[in-house]
Design a protein around this ligand. Sequence first.
Ligand SMILES: *Cc1c(COP(=O)(O)O)cnc(C)c1O
Length: 357
Amino acid sequence: MQTTYKKSGLIEKYRQHLPVTAATPVVTLGEGNTPLVQAVNIPKLLGYPNLELFFKLEGLNPTGSFKDRGMTLAISKAVEEGAKAVICASTGNTSASAAAFATKAGLRCYVLLPHGYVALGKLAQAIHYGAQIIAIKGNFDRALDLVRELAAVTPVTVVNSINPYRLEGQKTAAFEVVEHLGRQPDYLCIPVGNAGNICAYWRGFKLYRELGITSDAPRMHGFEAEGSAAIVRGEPIKNPETIGTAIRIGNPASWQEAVQAQQESNGKIDAVTDDEILAAYKMLGSAEGIFCEPSSAASLAGLIKHLKSGLIPPHSLVTCVLTGNGLKDPDTAQKVTVVDLSPVEADLAPLKKVMAL
Ligand SMILES: *Cc1c(COP(=O)(O)O)cnc(C)c1O
């Protein structure tokens, strides 16, 4: 029997809005089309019962982060342009995504990781997908400088977000948010690291407004971690620090476009502390059944901060982007919630006692 397999992935779905032609070889792992789920407990918990809050679960992409949206396009275009190898600097998720898509496309993949600052699950992914991993004695910003220098003198394609196709692919997340809500949100809250994703969402929302699909576009509220808040402070940070390793970036690659997105959308790029990030991270798990990365929780932490300061009114329609899957970083989950795992006797009576039944 003839199969009627319908191709999955965001290039097929949104090809009219993407820089592809019929000749572009589509490399897909079924990325995109992630759930938008409504918060049912957090608005009440926070004391804002009229807040309409939705989470965009980007951790449900094939390699567990939104990076797959940009990578399907970056790798497809690299193949179209005849590349044999790709390279990236990464705090972890870019390398996991690049390695997976490069493998599918039959390309070599080199990843430069800042030694000691990559969450366990992300490293395991890059290894598993068969990338050549090089840990460097330097932070992410240094790794990205090296990647740029290497690409200038060797025939490798850079797939960091300085690759123009990355943000083009990532803008499809904004389309999905609009399609799920039937309109644009009033506010989009999003973590900011290299600041590519906030620019990508803004491109997507602007395009839908231009096309008349929406009547307006949301205000973009981006959140850096306080120890890495280069944009907020207005200067690069030499030794960025934060529990959110995916946003531990001292010199954001898309700095200027992000500031422009903030201005054009009447939004705000702000900073949240690690304590605020961890409180939001725990709340997502315990109140909504959502396990995201610590970095991802910067969006909810920022929303809470802006609700409290009055910058976001309490009756708003808000989407928080949860950028990556919590399973990538089990260490942090186990550190922030300490439980007693000492074993009990395998009998009913002691079990009932422990369960207080
Ligand atoms: C890459 C990443 C970010 C930061 O996105 P930028 O586009 O660099 O601002 C945030 N969270 C997670 C989980 C990421 O992987």
